[in-house]
Structure formats: structure tokens, C-alpha cells
Design a protein around this ligand. Sequence first.
Ligand SMILES: Cc1cc2nc3c(=O)[nH]c(=O)nc-3n(C[C@H](O)[C@H](O)[C@H](O)COP(=O)(O)O)c2cc1C
Length: 464
Amino acid sequence: MPTVKKELVLGAFEVMAPTFLANSWRHPLARPEEFARLSFWQDLARELDAGGFDFLFFAEHLAYPMDEGDRVPEVVVKEAVQFPVHDALLAISGLAAVTERLGFFVTASTTAGQPYLNARSFGTVDHLTAGRIGWNIVTSDMQTALVRLLGHDTVTAHDKRYAKADEFVQLCLQQWEGGWGEDAQPMDKQSGVFNDPEKVHWIDHDGEFYSLHGYFPIAPSPQRTPTLFQAGASPRGKDFAAKYAECIFTQERDITKTAALVKDLRARAEAQGRPGDSIKIINGMSAIVGETHQEAVALRRELLDAPSREAMASLFMGWSGVNLMNFDPETTLADVRTEIGQSLLSQYQDGRTVGEVIDGLRETMGGFKVTGTAQEVADELEHIAEETGIDGYLVEHSFGGIESYRDFIHQVMPKMREKGILPQTPRRGSLREMLTGAETSRLARDHPGAAFRHEHLAAGTGAA
Ligand SMILES: Cc1cc2nc3c(=O)[nH]c(=O)nc-3n(C[C@H](O)[C@H](O)[C@H](O)COP(=O)(O)O)c2cc1C
């Protein structure tokens, strides 16, 4: 009997900026001048929708690389190292309007944001997309510049940011799941009852970081809680993900390390009382497809050679908090500590010298790099998924916009379907139903957010 293969999930990884990794905006196929226009993203969303992608994912950068001396490297501004970078959530309803089934993830920060305003924005967009929105929860990179922009005194320490994130997410869940009971809006013209007062619930929260007293004035939306994604893989980050995430974004590029991380994340979910495989682990991946293997390798080289060493070191500084340019190139990063991106830094604490790290950044930042003919790429994607246990890929754009995805959609995805590692017909439904296979658009009963539902609270089985 043929074995049933795991059907993978596919997302497109974007940031609302002219470039993702530095300098891809200079490629002849890139259309960097269009990045701020809605029509550019609508064209992309339409192609992803028709091509069978499950979702379009936007990373977020609220600031830019800056060192401890408040110096922004000139290359950041000059070469557009994720500068400028815009607010993707504002574009989502415009993208939902021109697509039928594509889901959308938007990254939003628990360090910079505010739980009521965050719940309000995502609740509104969940209505406007008919349940196709998800929240990628981050505690934020680019912290040094961010605190200056927000008027905060100092960077909040790494683990404290996660403690804050915990309370932030709890409070959002309480609003989405506990603010309104079931069937709370009769909208009965005859009796004049629009909202049933018995089913609109007052929330009182006084926590360590936030306080909130009142009703949640956003009508209950199709998913209520947007589908929850998380990115951040330090030990503290992994525990946080195991507790709340329905999907986790990992950025590994080594099969053995990825397999270990997947095992670890599933074990941590089980320790939290959630089935390990209920969390979808989705790893970054850049695919370059050529007519021949040699052509693909040449294209990959072109892409890797584009950014300067300084630009890549600046990006690394923004993401990790460590300015590699300040180190003696002969030393290693073994004893370096950071309060910003611990999981990224730890990937480079393996004995390589700082000089080697800088030289290799172009090849090592991001997820798996898969290069070859369409058949070779499809074969490798199958192999990586089987060996690591991941559930899908976040496909990184290569040189900007639609062209990056066309070869993948038209050449690689049909081969993945032939292999049985993609659904024969694209998934449909709310984002949660598409990604988790849930039968409803609502959060699973074993998720901590479900404990805020009023029926649980009334039965004494809800959250404290
Ligand atoms: C794969 C991955 C993707 C991330 N994406 C973002 C992002 O889009 N925006 C952001 O502000 N921070 C992002 N971060 C940073 C995390 O939110 C977090 O602040 C930082 O990595 C520290 O957590 P960690 O040490 O657990 O990784 C990302 C981190 C990882 C590992």
C-alpha cells in the first residue's frame, strides 16, 4: 500500500520594503519603486491565490539597524537595508478584496504594541478578510533604534520582553474569546436588541504590565482569535511558542539541527498539555529554479553576490543586537551575549571566527537554500520535510515581487503535487481551518485561549 505523504503548507515570506535581504532591489527583475503601492501587493496576492499558496506572510521591522552608540550605518539608509519599511496590516483588506482564499499573516510586536489596540486591529481585519488573518507574534528586533522611536528609556531585557509578551497575549485572548459569548448579537429589529447584554462580558485585568477594565467593543469575528504564528527560538521563545502558537516560524538551514528543533518544540507543546503535532512548524526557504542545474547555480550566485558585507553585517546587527564590525575578525562569538535576538546569535556561536561569520552571512542568513531544476527543487523539498518533520515552508522572495514566485508556482508546485506533498486542490476556509485542519474557524479547545470563553468560566473550568 502506498504511504500517505504529509501535505505541506506554503506561505510567501515578504516584508513591506523595497528589499528583504540587502540589495535585492537592484536586480533587473525587481520593481522597488512599487513597494509602497497597494496594486503591487494586490498583483502578488492574486498570483499566490491562483497558484495555490496558503498564505502571504509579512515580517515587520518597526525600526532599523542601529548600534549601541546610536549610530545607524550609512549603508542602511543608502542601500535601503529594510529602510524604508511600511505597515503591512493597513494593506490587508485591500489584498483580501482581490483574492478568494489566500490567508494573510501580519507580524505585530508585543514590545511596542498595546493589547487593547492590537486586539481591536486584528479583530477588525478578521471581519474584513472573512477569517483569513493571522498574527505573527514577536517581541521585536531592531530594539536599539526602536526604543528611541518609542521614547522608552532602554531596551527591555530579553526574558522580561517574553514575560510581557505572555501577559499581552493572554489579554488579547481574553478580549477575543471572552469579550462576547456565543450568539451574542441577535440584531432583532422587532425587539430592538442588537447585542444581548447578558452575553457581552466586562473584563477586569490588573497585571504586572497592563491593566484593562471594560467591554471589548469589536463584534465577534469569524475566527475571534486570529490564527497565531510565532517567531523567536531561544529557550524562552520556544516555551512561549509551545504555549500559544498554532504555527511556528523557524529559520534553520541544517537538516539535523532542524529535526532536533522540531522534536524539541513538539515536546514542549506536549509539556503544556497540547498535542505536539497540533503546532505547524514552518521553516524559511529560498528556491532558485533554472532550466538546468548550472543555470540555477549561476542565478543563486548572482543573488548571493548582490549585498555588500557591510549591508549584511548591519542586518545581522538589527536582528541580533550584535555589531560584528566592532570585533577583531580573528575572535569568535562564543562569549557574546545579547538582549535582542538570542536564537539568531546562537546559530553563529559554533567556533567560526567573526571574519568567517561576516563573509558567510550572505549564504547563511534565512532558511534552506534550494537550487536546481524544478524536479531537483521539488525532490529536495520533499527530502528536507521528511527528514526534519517540518510541516511546510515560508518561501522567501529572491529579487522582489511576483517574478520571484512565478517559477516556483508554475514549475515546482506541480511537481510537488505529483509527489503528493501538496494538496491536489488548494485549501479553502478560514486561515485556521486551512493551516491546522480544524473543523471550525475557532481556536482549539485545548488552547489556553479557549479557557477565556464564558461557558468555561461559568462552569469553573476557565482561566483564573
Ligand atoms: C525566524 C524569526 C523571525 C523573526 N521575525 C521578526 C519580525 O518579523 N519582526 C520583528 O520585529 N522581530 C522578528 N523576530 C525577532 C523575535 O521577535 C525576537 O524578538 C528575537 O528573535 C528574540 O527572541 P529569540 O531570542 O527567542 O529569538 C524574528 C525572530 C526569528 C527567530
